[in-house]
Design a protein. Structure first.
Length: 719
């Protein structure tokens, strides 16, 4: 209520201030554009001072707060002088009429209704969603994506002005021709009008074509760079993010969500720019022809603006639900395709299809609801537009009867009003699309804004690295299982230049040690040191070159074998790649391929066997000449001869490399210089092979258990 009375007081002060200034200044200056601008600026200054002095009066919780009242004062004060200036340049007669009628009650009310309508539309499109706490998506965030291309959109606006001005010629000249036919004037006027209209129409079409080309190319660039920015933001995240967010969800954001957001933004922005410019031109022309009809049109417009507000929020909520449903559909498909061998082994193709169809049906139901809501919005907007047209025809007929406008002017006004109603209807349909774009962008901006939960990057990159690793009272739990410690107060040293083996039963914490050494996670307590410095102190690229890992199930990408070996190193000579492949015993099988090192490995290395993938992965690690080499069951798929060759290579390099060896094969472990026994997340034994056997502890039991299993396997084969 306070805001309502504040607005009423503002309008009253505006009316009184204008008439006082005009009465005083018109005594000394003739009516002109200069006088109009002088009165408008003086009026604005007085209103601004009153608003600033009365802050306590103009308070409210709605969109009509003090800053909104000040913006409304600027629009209402400068609206008529701005329109008159534009009209004087392009339509001298209309500009003179606006100046003459400035201050009359009908034009005064019309200008304030335009201001109020603009405030309502601005509030709905740009401000209504920003009051929701915790929401990272808004129209302003969408528009911020366009900021790097401001000069392009400025060029689009210039061509848009020229094109819109050209389109206004048809109704104006149609009205003139109607008056010419009625008054039977000079026939040469007819041909002059036709030629002028043809030239203006052609020019308008050309400028519109150029405008569309620039706009579409720019929006394609916005989509491409937004997708790249989103992917970059995701790749910067910590591993915890990828552990907790399904891969299908992430894929859907990078593909479906960003595409839906870009398409909605491109389509919506195009309509907003085009029809907003047309509305501005149409208002100037309509106000010049008949302020009363214009006033009637704006009054009807205020009522029509209620419709999109009701459907906009509903459309946004539906868009969020649909994108979430699509994520679930993508997740099912990705799980099925990535685990196709398991699906085929258990003959569950039909079950996966039923699960996928269930997710699709849920998405279909949401899409059906969205279609019904959109159809209702179209019907409501069409009905509102039809009511406006009927009202204009009735009221305009009354004005012609009273001889307040001519028949030709009414024809022109009706043609303008038809375009005006079409533009308003289009803009009203645009509002749900705006909210839909905001809904689609919600998760996109959430990913872009997410701060990785990892320490700041270090800058340490020493020229000489010993490779001395220390775990000091390290305790760690995975984010998915925070109550189950994977490591508990673990402390040990891995001396430089020796082979240290880590052994233990399943779920003992061996892979956790590897993950922490790779800086994929940060321990909850304790420290991990490399050459007496915390791992976080080292520069990331330097650390990745100095510490390499080969896992039991290595991951290769769909590129050539050479590119897989040199992955992450950029341009690498073929000779260096071949040396690393020879060290991992991969060189011979690579040369047997038709294209040698240029042979494709297939998606996830599917064209290579398990042993071949392990040898390629080992070559990838050795190519970096790391100071710390981690082998996490890296030879489990190799035959005995190949494994022995690789062991000889590793032990020959042990003097210049620190090797951490994890394996379930005790014959591999027993050759290590030092052995750590991990069980239940704690180091329970350490020493060399002979020392641990002599203790007859956990290591001794693991070795005996494996030997017993091996002997039983041989006996079954002999039988």
């Amino acid at each position: 209520m306070v805001s309502f009375w504040s607005l009423c007081c503002l309008i009253g002060m505006d009316f009184a201030t204008f008439h006082i200034l005009r009465h005083v200044l018109s005594r000394y200056f003739p009516l002109s554009l200069a006088l109009a601008w002088g009165i408008a600026l003086a009026q604005l200054l007085i209103l601004a001072l009153v608003l600033l002095a009365g802050k306590s009066i103009f308070r409210g919780r709605s969109f009509l707060r003090e800053d909104k009242l000040l913006a409304s004062s600027i629009v209402s004060s400068l609206l008529v002088p701005s329109c008159a200036t534009w009209a004087v340049v392009f339509m001298p007669r209309t500009g003179a009429d606006l100046l003459h009628r400035w201050g009359h009650l009908d034009l005064f009310i019309c200008s304030h209704l335009i201001t109020l309508t603009s405030a309502l539309v601005w509030h709905q499109l740009f401000l209504s969603g920003e009051d929701e706490k915790g929401s990272s998506a808004s129209v302003w965030r969408l528009l911020a994506l366009l900021r790097p291309y401001s000069w392009r959109f400025l060029l689009v606006a210039v061509f848009l002005v020229l094109s819109s001005w050209g389109e206004m010629a048809l109704p104006a000249y149609t009205g003139r021709m109607a008056d010419w036919i009625h008054n039977k004037e000079d026939p040469s006027i007819f041909w002059t009008t036709i030629i002028t209209l043809a030239l203006i129409t052609i020019s308008s079409a050309v400028t519109e074509f150029v405008c569309d080309c620039i706009f579409n190319v720019t929006m394609s660039l916005v989509h491409t760079q937004s997708q790249g920015k989103l992917l970059f933001s995701i790749l910067k995240q910590d591993i915890t993010f990828f552990d907790t967010v399904p891969a299908g969800d992430i894929t859907s954001r990078v593909t479906s969500d960003i595409t839906a957001m870009s398409e909605a933004l491109s389509h919506t922005l195009s309509l907003l720019m085009w029809y907003a410019m047309r509305l501005a031109f149409l208002f100037i022309y309509m106000a010049g022809l008949s302020p009363k009809l214009t006033l009637f049109t704006v009054l009807c417009l205020l009522i029509i603006t209620i419709v999109p507000r009701l459907s906009g929020t509903y459309s946004q909520n539906l868009a969020v639900k649909i994108q979430g449903s699509l994520c679930e559909v993508n997740q099912v498909a990705m799980e099925t395709f990535s685990n196709m061998k398991t699906v085929r082994s258990f003959a569950n193709e039909e079950g996966e299809c039923q699960r996928y169809e269930g997710k699709l049906d849920a998405t279909y139901q949401l899409n059906k609801t969205e279609a019904l809501a959109y159809g209702w919005t179209l019907v409501a907007n069409s009905f509102s537009g039809l009511a406006l047209k009927v009202g204009i025809l009735y009221f305009g007929g009354r004005l012609v009867t009273n001889e307040e406008v001519s028949g030709g002017e009414l024809v022109s006004f009706v043609l303008y009003e038809l375009q005006f109603a079409s533009a308003v209807e289009t803009l009203l349909r645009t509002y749900p699309e705006v909210r839909k774009a905001v809904g689609s962008s919600q998760k996109v901006f959430e990913y872009m804004d997410r701060t990785p939960q990892k320490p700041p990057p270090g800058h340490l990159a020493p020229s000489i690295l010993q490779g001395h690793i220390q775990f000091q009272n390290v305790t760690f739990s995975y984010p998915k299982r925070p109550d189950v410690p994977a490591l508990q107060d673990v402390s040990f040293d891995i001396k430089p230049g020796v082979v240290t083996a880590l052994v233990g039963p399943c779920d003992a914490g061996k892979s956790t040690v590897v993950n922490l050494l790779l800086r994929l996670y940060e321990p909850q307590s304790g420290r991990i040191l490399l050459d007496n410095r915390p791992l976080a102190d080292y520069e990331n690229q330097y650390y990745r070159r100095k510490v390499s890992v080969v896992t039991q199930v290595p991951v290769l990408s769909s590129r050539t074998i050479k590119d897989n070996i040199s992955y992450g190193l950029g341009e690498t000579s073929l000779e260096s790649v071949q040396e690393a492949a020879k060290a991992s015993d991969a060189h011979d099988f690579i040369l047997q391929r038709p294209q040698g090192y240029q042979t494709g490995a297939g998606q996830r290395g599917e064209l290579l066997s398990g042993g071949q993938k392990q040898r390629v992965a080992l070559a990838r690690a050795l190519l970096r000449d790391p100071k710390v080499l981690i082998l996490d069951d890296a030879t489990s798929s190799l035959d005995t001869d190949t494994e022995l060759k690789i062991q000889e290579t590793l032990y020959s390099n042990a003097r210049r490399q620190t090797v951490l060896l994890i394996s379930h094969r005790m014959n591999v472990i027993e050759k290590a210089d030092h052995i750590l026994v991990l069980e239940g997340g704690q180091i329970i034994e350490s020493g060399n092979h002979e020392q641990l056997l002599a203790e007859r502890g956990s290591y001794w039991r693991l070795r005996n258990r494996q030997q017993s299993s091996f002997q039983r396997g041989e006996e079954q084969q002999m039988m």
